[in-house]
Design a protein around this ligand. Sequence first.
Ligand SMILES: NC(=O)c1ccc[n+]([C@@H]2O[C@H](COP(=O)([O-])OP(=O)(O)OC[C@H]3O[C@@H](n4cnc5c(N)ncnc54)[C@H](OP(=O)(O)O)[C@@H]3O)[C@@H](O)[C@H]2O)c1
Length: 254
Amino acid sequence: MQELKGKTALVSGGGRGIGRAIVEKLAADGALVAINYAGNRSAAEAALKAVTGAGGEGFLVQAKIGEAGAIEHLVETVITEFEHRTGRAQLDILVNNIGGGEHATIATETEAHFDWVMSNNVRGPFFLTQALLPYLADGGRIVNISSAASRLAGVTFISYSMAKAAVEMFTRVLAKDLGKRGITVNSVAPGYCTGETNQEVEGNPELARQIEQNTLLGRFGHPTDIADIVHALIAPPGRWLTGQNIEASGGFNF
Ligand SMILES: NC(=O)c1ccc[n+]([C@@H]2O[C@H](COP(=O)([O-])OP(=O)(O)OC[C@H]3O[C@@H](n4cnc5c(N)ncnc54)[C@H](OP(=O)(O)O)[C@@H]3O)[C@@H](O)[C@H]2O)c1
């Protein structure tokens, strides 16, 4: 049985990486998924093809969150398409997945990189959620993607650690605010995952070994490991969990 049949979902940054795995998982369980991406059309098309190829339903929305007018365009397009396809101008599931950040210490950080990290991890998800509030269905679900970096307080990724700590506080405040509408809000914090983002780390045998040795389960995460946890929070069995951060890192630097 498909547990998300009849539900609408939006995954920001769903064209590649962890976002794509979340898109595929939600669509496979019956949700109609809006797949947002910044500019890599062919990657997004491949994600949509994977969804439809598996019998699921989705559509693409290009919008580089952070650019002027992007959130307004994204929300209008997504809600109009949902209404057209389902007769309901409502969003049941929001996954705030965009984020990311490069290595920098307090000494090497630049204002431009700091601002980008804050925009992609904090400002973008914050104002996207704000813009979607009128359309969020009562009893809905929000999952914000954080990172184990918030716990690790990494010297070499200071602004990223700070930004993800903000994501987790955003989660808690939002859970308090939206609980009265039956909306659950949680965050999922991955550790190192395989994929383009960590290509350099994976390609460096010494670094890769260090990460594997410092992970209780002895390997990198796979985007599907994260997608399964996100799905568990969204599907009916996750109904009583809200305001929580779930670290899905296989026990990295535990
Ligand atoms: N990968 C990891 O090991 C890891 C670990 C911990 C936490 N995380 C977190 O997990 C999330 C996903 O990471 P990832 O590594 O899977 O990312 P990724 O592979 O870099 O995925 C990026 C996706 O997000 C889209 N995107 C990026 N910035 C965007 C923007 N401003 N507006 C709209 N779309 C945007 C990209 O679009 P285009 O394809 O068009 O560029 C692409 O679809 C992030 O929040 C990250 O901080 C990742």
